[in-house]
Design a protein around this ligand. Structure first.
Ligand code: ATP
Length: 258
């Protein structure tokens, strides 16, 4: 459903995403993991058509994001890590505005809007200005806005940040239900327990390159060890920095075994 083909992004002379090829199949809940600065947000923004790749292609449901942006974006709901909301609109007005960007209006949108506000327990805030919403309420509104046009694919950057446990659970159930009905989710997260519990497949990116991808079983096979995702992640991405940090901590603690 999402195809990344040799996707590359340079910021000046710095290569943030380096020749990434990845297939996210229809019906998958796909986790996108990596250390800080690995290239996750840059990749997700290229998928959403917000950043132009230096090289390579993104296809969503077969539509090329650069060559056929309207068709590709109609299939996609993007939930960014740093979303923008219009403070002076009410929640309902904001959702109507976003639906309008996709050429949708009328009763269908009103019905969908009420449904989403109800799911996220925002119904009583429907006609309040967004400026009065808390951080978590804004996050729920942003998620609703990504779903308002009934996308086939959700791409989401760190979805759980700022959500209370109840809302986080709601979102997990929503994603699982979405993929069970044939939708596709690509989700970046630093919360490895969520990734392990929720995702069917995972890709780990480091230094702009995919270092491993597949189901948990396939990842374990790649590392040749029957370990949990946290150990697997550290093993695949730890490298010298993690070892140096361990040594520093050992020295600070008076370990001195080197
Ligand atoms: P995090 O987990 O910390 O959010 P990330 O995996 O999402 O990290 P990106 O935000 O994609 O990482 O950044 C990848 C690299 O590209 C980093 O080294 C970052 O400093 C660099 N980078 C990101 N945006 C820009 C920009 N606009 N100009 C220059 N460099 C950038």
């Amino acid at each position: 459903m999402i195809e990344l083909l040799h996707l590359t992004k340079d910021y000046g002379s710095f290569r943030a995403v380096d020749d990434v090829t990845l297939h996210v199949p229809r019906g998958a809940l796909y986790g996108f993991l990596g250390p800080n600065g690995a290239g996750k947000t840059t990749t997700l923004r290229m998928i959403a058509g917000i950043l132009r790749p230096t090289a390579g292609r993104v296809l969503i449901g077969g539509d090329d994001v650069l060559a056929n942006p309207l068709a590709a974006k109609a299939r996609l709901g993007f939930i960014p890590d740093r979303p923008f909301v219009y403070e002076k609109l009410t929640g309902a007005e904001f959702l109507r505005f976003v639906a309008g960007l996709y050429g949708q209006d009328g009763q269908l949108v009103e019905h969908r809007l009420d449904e989403l506000l109800d799911i996220f327990e925002l119904s009583s805030w429907k006609n309040e200005l967004v400026e009065s919403y808390s951080h978590g309420m804004r996050q729920k509104l942003i998620i609703s806005s990504a779903l308002i046009h009934r996308p086939e694919v959700i791409v989401v950057d760190e979805p759980m940040v700022g959500l209370d446990p109840r809302a986080a659970r709601l979102l997990k159930d929503l994603f699982r239900g979405f993929v069970a009905r044939g939708g596709t989710v690509l989700m970046s997260t630093h919360t490895l327990e969520i990734a392990e519990a929720l995702c069917d497949r995972l890709a780990i990116i480091q230094g702009g390159k995919i270092v491993a991808s597949g189901t948990m079983a396939e990842l374990k096979a790649q590392t040749g060890a029957d370990i949990g995702l946290e150990d697997l992640f550290l093993r695949l991405t730890g490298g010298p920095a993690a070892k140096e940090l361990a040594a520093v901590l050992e020295d600070a603690g008076g370990g001195g075994s080197r």
